[in-house]
Design a protein around this ligand. Sequence first.
Ligand SMILES: [Zn+2]
Length: 80
Amino acid sequence: MAEEINIRNISVKCGHCNTYQTLCGFARRDDWNVYTYECENGICDANMTRTLIEVPAHLDVFARRDPEWRGGRKHAGAEE
Ligand SMILES: [Zn+2]
């Protein structure tokens, strides 16, 4: 009965420039963890193509593992 979501297992691809977006932000909203993805290729205006992915906090193993994480820097290229 393990129902979990690890945001790192999800890839976010931009429908405009057809490249993968980069995780660049994290916030909590009530019982949701909100991850922000943006294009960082200079093709798209990030303000127009930004993606917000909301994960129920109780299913979010990524945030649970790194409760103090606030940005993409720590995980930018890190492998476990
Ligand atoms: Zn794009």
